[in-house]
Design a binder for this molecule. Sequence first.
Ligand SMILES: C[S@@+](CC[C@H](N)C(=O)[O-])C[C@H]1O[C@@H](n2cnc3c(N)ncnc32)[C@H](O)[C@@H]1O
Length: 252
Amino acid sequence: MVKLEGVASEQAPIVNILSRLTRSLHKQGIKSTLFKFYMLIVDHWFDVRYGTDTSGMMPLDRLTLRSPKKYGRYQATKIVPLKRLFSHIRPIIPPGSVLVDFGCGKGRVLMIASGYGFREVRGVEYAHKLCSVAIDNCNRYKLATKVTTEFRIIGSDAGEYIINPDENIFFLFNPFGKTILMKVLKNINKSLEQRPRKALLIYNTPRFDDMIVNESTFVRTEELNLLGYHLVVYSNMDHPRTGGVRADAAQN
Ligand SMILES: C[S@@+](CC[C@H](N)C(=O)[O-])C[C@H]1O[C@@H](n2cnc3c(N)ncnc32)[C@H](O)[C@@H]1O
């Protein structure tokens, strides 16, 4: 299995989990902590089940990049909120849709999305080593699940990526700052102008929500709040709201 060479995790996974649990118990209490623990188990079980490697955090300054710019770190979106969101928006995802994850990391979003009827899922990632891991993960997942969705990993800076006319569902987990986000939005806008189509933009942890609202034709349509995990869906479709997904584990 392809692993990230020379990039050891900060801590052994079990030590990492235990120290996060202790911190969470202090800060958030037992109910929230148990739910967070459940989400961690789901993520780890996914990797065990499919022989993939999607968990962990990785500072980008320790990776070789296809771009001189470095922003943030690799950290995957949690599977539980992802599945809740995709289940909810499935009715408004047009048939034959193609999803693009800007900053796909190890490809977890692509693998989960493939269970929701996408024709193809594409990941754009500028860290060479994460691209290799994503390719390996997606191959393993496809083999194990026999899912018919096509997977593609594109080694590129998201700001330089030219949007294809068949791409209509765009995913971001807070991968970059305002400059690159502006380039990505401009590229999406241009593509939607040249080839008008229904499109959704999903933004996990929407730090620059104002930019999406002000610099694109997208409007907020759905929102998921799950114990600090905040995902927003923006749409350019004429049937904006389906009611919104709102869940808070503390009330479940
Ligand atoms: C927080 S991780 C999200 C991973 C994945 N999208 C998910 O939600 O599970 C952000 C990823 O974006 C990548 N990234 C950051 N800036 C980028 C850029 N300008 N072009 C392409 N990828 C970028 C990082 O290498 C990292 O893998």
